[in-house]
Design a protein around this ligand. Structure first.
Ligand code: ATP
Ligand code: MN
Ligand code: MN
Length: 365
């Protein structure tokens, strides 16, 4: 006779891209604990460990009910010894000492604050910490030279670390939509990222711009950015050219997860009326990502920019390990057939990959 707990254990497929992961789920305290350890591993550039914790957290997010005992987790994928130990502690005591120690450690907090500055990555933050800089005040008082992005990030630190609301995202969508349709009739604006997955807040607003006629998207970014700038809507922008065709690795095989679309990392200035700035302020700063894609790559770009980051990573792992295919935000290459597989919708890409379609709202892995 099996113990009662074992009979009610869960089953979950191996890859996050095979699962439906809602924004709200049954195990937030467990997934939060694992996510914090993942974040800490990322801040210390321990990618292997970070992905392991992210995968474990994603499995818990996909469970159909609250976990009450570790025995229910028997046989589930992606739960290593370390993650199980954390889960056990949280189930038993409501917290895990490793998580609590990390949360209160000086290094973790300094890395969080410093990488919370737009334009500052973990390498830079780590170098500053070694120079004795642990917070914004010490950074401001130091003689540290900042690049243009970092200076903008520091200037607008508070606004940029304030969650962007759905209402903010909607008013930015209206602005971008207006710019695009008046400058480039027929061009299309699509909201991607977390807001497309149904999140109510985000750290930025992500857009994909395209034109239904291949090639007609050329010049779109420059025009849109100049217009936004002339309207006084930009506090900062850095535009990079499309480098897809000139890349040495060739199409479909970019050397990293970074894609090569023409893009603009911007900081918008939203006035009162367009948003609700902090009390006493006339405007607030909001991070916006604009990406231009030719229509032939639109479905891949849409899938690639909708996230979540783990969902994307799992899609690429599935494609490579299970299907001998290579997926990027530009294309899908079948290594067996030695050809690119075309797609004009996300549904077609899932079909090529032999996966059931998962709608954006269920990609919150
Ligand atoms: P948040 O609400 O915090 O913004 P998000 O899911 O929208 O969450 P982003 O960092 O804005 O997170 O990224 C959105 C999507 O775009 C992710 O799926 C990510 O993989 C993709 N992405 C972000 N930056 C790049 C990049 N440089 N190259 C390719 N894809 C990227
Ligand atoms: Mn985003
Ligand atoms: Mn983004």
């Amino acid at each position: 006779i099996k113990p009662a707990e074992e009979t009610c254990s869960f089953t979950v497929p191996n890859y996050a891209c095979q699962r439906r992961t809602q924004l709200h789920h049954h195990n937030p305290s467990l997934s939060d604990a694992l996510t914090l350890l993942a974040e800490n591993a990322e801040l210390n550039e321990d990618d292997g460990r970070a992905v392991a914790f992210r995968r474990a957290a994603a499995v818990l997010k996909a469970l159909p009910a609250e976990v009450t005992s570790v025995s229910q987790l028997k046989g589930l994928p992606c739960l290593g010894e370390h993650s199980l130990r954390v889960i056990k502690d949280v189930l038993k005591d409501g917290s895990c000492s490793e998580v609590e120690t990390t949360k209160h450690s000086q290094r973790f907090n300094a890395l969080k604050v410093l990488t919370g500055i737009f334009g500052v990555g973990v390498k830079t933050a780590d170098r500053w910490i070694r120079d004795g800089i642990f917070n914004l005040q010490q950074l401001r008082e130091s003689q540290t030279t900042l690049n243009r992005a970092q200076q903008a990030g520091l200037d607008h630190y508070e606004d940029l670390n304030q969650p962007v609301t759905r209402a903010d995202a909607d008013s930015i969508t209206e602005i971008v939509q207006e710019a695009v349709s008046s400058l480039f009739p027929g061009a299309q604006v699509t909201l991607t990222g977390g807001f497309r997955r149904g999140k109510m807040t985000g750290h930025d607003v992500d857009f994909l711009l395209t034109h239904p006629e291949e090639g007609r998207e050329e010049g779109l970014m420059d025009k849109v950015v100049s217009w936004l700038d002339s309207q006084g809507l930009l506090l900062y922008q850095k535009t990079s050219r499309n480098s897809y065709l000139e890349s040495r690795d060739g199409p479909g095989r970019p050397s990293s997860n970074m894609d090569r679309f023409e893009r603009c990392f911007a900081i918008f200035k939203l006035s009162r009326g367009q948003t609700s700035p902090p009390a006493g302020h006339q405007w607030r700063a909001v991070r916006v990502d604009l990406v231009v894609t030719p229509i032939s790559q639109f479905a891949f770009a849409l899938l690639g920019w909708t996230g979540s980051k783990l969902f994307e990573r799992e899609l690429r792992r599935w494609a490579g390990h299970e299907k001998a295919m290579s997926l990027s935000s530009h294309a899908l290459f079948d290594k067996t057939q030695k050809r690119y597989l075309r797609a004009s919708s996300e549904e077609e890409i899932f079909t090529h990959l032999g996966l059931s379609f998962i709608p954006p709202s269920q990609r919150n892995a």
